[in-house]
Write a protein that binds this ligand. Structure first.
Ligand SMILES: [Ca+2]
Ligand SMILES: [Ca+2]
Ligand SMILES: [Zn+2]
Length: 741
């Protein structure tokens, strides 16, 4: 953890920190027998160095703060890393002594690429947000930032201008057209580290790679390798969370967030924090360390404050420096610029290759390079991938790699949908027939087109069917989640991690089995669910409850795993949370931290009872257990019981006495109901596979009793069993009826 420096609030475990520090010094002495003090001085450039910027809020802290110990050790033990750091520092000293920075007159252009790693959430940020941060770093690295006038007078004279311009790549490593933004779908975005660089990395001798993620595993807001500190060239670059990227969109919008990428690029160009190589700003011992920059005053560092009179090492601190952790960073010093220019003239870390004219041509970032819009890369998302027969699902175009202009076309295909094709950008499609369907989109512009197909993407369930109340699930049948004889009564298990909910006989609250999620080794941010079959609650009224037994333990005080129970009455189109417990509130073992595989004892189960009256009278009730992993231990559930009263829930429905008589229906059957208050009313008839075969919108009806002759209302139906759904102001009530030949 020694050189894990955090941009933001620090939760360093001090004893661990000191222990590691001692280990490193000890190790260093083994390699280089010399006086400890000298060793510390040399550490600042020999030590393999990764900088961390921590998220300003919601940091996971604890053991997750710095997940790269092994990386440090690996780098430290690598002679090639030490050699590169020594080489770079030697070159930097030569560069400074000979004032070679005075010869650096031209703006250096750096090709950059943003790799957005996402799982279709808010972390899939807009191009506008990326263009905003490109604007910010270009202002900061060309000294065009308007707020430079706020630099206090004592430092006005040493403001530095790096003269560096960042341009989004227009050619990818294969010479293909790009707008400098890639998008990769992966749940690694929820617990990112160098793992996301294994998903995608462009030649780091040609591009500055910036990976944008939802969360960094260590809790940091961003991190960058200093030049020469990673032996894997694919790992050079910057990982940053979307909430600290730029000033718009999903960014928190603070100056700290908006300047995070500026700070990280400073590290990428070999700058350290002004307080030196310690990972802990604010401690007095930092006064004896330096950042190897002559004009940055010694400081112990600043933590999310902005005291312009701050004086921590017997001189005025430069708290407005981008490389400190103040909330008012607005400048580099000239000394920092000189060191960055030295690094940019060194091949260490590949930096000197980036701005060569031949590389600008290769990446499409040379002056005057212009190209047509690239062909779009097709992608899309649905507002829900589940629904009952008759559900309307909204699709959103997410195609990228080109800006939408008048030449764009969208050609959608919706197997099983109505309509079955669309040329709208964001169409809404109705699915009347139960089944599992593919969706495909071809996005085109004047340059070209690509097609994205999502197979078995939309799952439409029939109206009614499945289980009936009461439902008891004790996980005793070995076929779980499958029902041994009736597939409509099977449960489903889904999730983003490779380890998912599973039936186990390791322990149980009753019988010999239960369901568990081996959460201990699941990365934070993963979401795992198990979901009931459809439960037909037609004629089931409140009180409706679900009870279950749960067992869970935290691993440490940072374990904030969340269990929720959600209900849907439209086959999963929309969900309502009914239960949520987090971390210590979820724990059932008295709150002890368990570091190894948690298996509950008989007394470590807690029974929960949750009211789910919202499902009253729904023919399509579904219940889902959802675990969001956040660093804790295993969770177990057993003895699920769903109970309700039989009969119409007269209190909650504006409709009473809904009847079809006689039934089986004949030419003189009637539909009758009593509307207690004025409501918009519609009727829908479904066949037994759940396909909507008839629909009538009756408009807003006044409160009254209604009797409608069925042969004047519903067209002739083939013989069979049907469900008539009466929708009064959104409250649906269903009746089965039979048609005979
Ligand atoms: Ca200094
Ligand atoms: Ca059981
Ligand atoms: Zn930093």
């Amino acid at each position: 953890m020694l050189n894990c420096c955090n941009r933001g609030f620090l939760k360093i475990n001090t004893p661990e920190h000191i222990k590691n520090f001692s280990n490193f010094i000890h190790f260093f002495k083994l390699l280089h027998p010399m006086k400890l003090k000298t060793a510390i001085l040399f550490l600042s450039f020999i030590f393999p160095f990764v900088s961390f910027s921590q998220h300003t809020h919601g940091a996971s802290g604890g053991e997750h703060l710095c997940g790269t110990d092994s990386l440090y050790r690996l780098a430290l033990t690598n002679p090639e890393v030490r050699k590169q750091r020594e080489e770079l520092e030697k070159f930097t000293q030569y560069f400074l002594e000979n004032k070679l920075y005075e010869q650096e007159k031209d703006v250096k252009v750096i090709p950059i690429v943003f790799h957005v790693i996402h799982n279709y959430g808010e972390e899939n940020i807009t191009k506008a947000q990326i263009l905003d941060v490109v604007r910010i770093i270009n202002e900061d690295f060309k000294l065009l930032n308007a707020d430079q006038s706020n630099v206090i007078s004592q430092f006005q004279g040493i403001i530095g201008n790096p003269q560096i311009e960042f341009r989004l790549a227009r050619k990818d490593p294969n010479g293909q057209c790009t707008d400098g933004i890639t998008r990769t779908v992966s749940t690694l975005t929820f617990s990112a580290s160098d793992n996301v660089k294994d998903l995608i990395s462009w030649n780091t001798n040609k591009y500055l790679n910036i990976w944008v993620v939802d969360k960094i595993e260590s809790g940091a807001g961003g991190y960058s390798y200093l030049p020469g500190t990673t032996i894997n060239a694919n790992y050079r670059g910057i990982v940053v969370v979307h909430s600290q990227l730029g000033s718009i969109g999903t960014s928190t919008g603070s100056n700290f967030a908006a300047r995070t990428l500026t700070h990280e690029i400073g590290h990428f160009f070999n700058l350290m924090h002004p307080w030196g190589y310690s990972n802990e700003p604010g401690v007095s011992t930092n006064c004896s360390m330096d950042d190897d920059v002559t004009d940055t005053p010694n400081t112990i560092g600043t933590l999310l404050t902005c005291n312009l009179a701050q004086n921590t090492c017997n001189s005025l601190d430069n708290v407005q420096n981008y490389m400190d952790y103040a909330t008012c960073a607005i400048m580099f010093t000239q000394g920092q610029v000189s060191r960055m220019l030295a690094a940019l003239n060194s091949t260490v870390g590949g930096l000197s290759y980036l701005w060569q004219p031949s590389n600008l041509i290769a990446t499409g970032t040379n002056d005057g390079y212009s190209t047509a819009q690239c062909a779009p890369k097709a992608d899309f998302i649905a507002n829900s991938t589940r629904g009952c027969a008759g559900a309307t699902i909204n699709f959103t175009d997410l195609s990228y790699n080109a800006d939408v202009d008048g030449s764009w076309t969208w050609n959608w295909t919706f197997t099983g949908g109505t309509p079955a094709t669309s040329t709208q950008q964001n169409p809404s499609i109705t699915y009347n027939t139960p089944g599992t369907y593919n969706v495909s989109l071809t996005a085109a512009n004047s340059t070209g087109s690509t097609t994205k197909t999502k197979t078995q993407y939309i799952k439409i369930a029939p109206i009614g069917g499945g289980e009936n109340v009461p439902v008891a699930e004790g996980f005793e049948n070995a076929s779980f989640p499958s029902h041994p004889s009736d597939a409509t009564k099977s449960w489903t298990i889904e999730g983003t991690s490779s380890v998912k909910w599973e039936r186990t006989t390791v322990t149980s609250a009753s019988g010999v089995a239960c369901i568990r999620l081996r959460n201990l080794n699941i990365a934070a941010g993963n979401v795992n669910t198990f979901t009931s079959p459809n439960i037909d609650m037609t004629n089931i009224s409140s009180p409706i409850n679900i009870s279950f037994k749960v067992a869970y333990a935290q691993k440490n005080n940072a374990s904030v795993d969340k269990l929720r129970v959600l209900v849907s009455k439209n086959c999963g189109l929309t969900w309502q949370p009914r239960y949520s417990r987090i971390g210590v509130g979820l724990a059932t073992n008295g709150g002890a931290y368990v570091a190894t595989n948690f298996v509950p004892t008989a007394t470590q189960w807690r029974e929960e009872t949750v009211s789910i009256n919202v499902l009253a009278n729904s023919p399509n009730a579904i219940i889902q257990f959802e675990m969001t992993s956040e660093g804790g231990n295993n969770i177990y559930i057993d003895n699920i019981n769903i109970t309700g009263a039989v009969g119409m829930d007269e209190q909650s429905s504006p409709v009473a006495e809904f009847q079809i008589y006689p039934n089986p229906v004949s030419y003189d059957s009637y539909i009758s109901f009593y509307l207690k208050e004025s409501k918009p009313v519609s009727l829908r008839v479904y066949d037994m596979i759940g396909k909507a075969v008839f629909q009538e919108d009756m408009g807003i009806l006044p409160a009254s009793a209604y009797d409608k002759a069925i042969n004047e209302t519903i067209p002739t139906l083939k013989s069979g069993v049907y469900i008539l759904e009466l929708n009064a102001g959104g409250v649906k009530t269903s009746k089965k009826f039979v048609v005979l030949e």
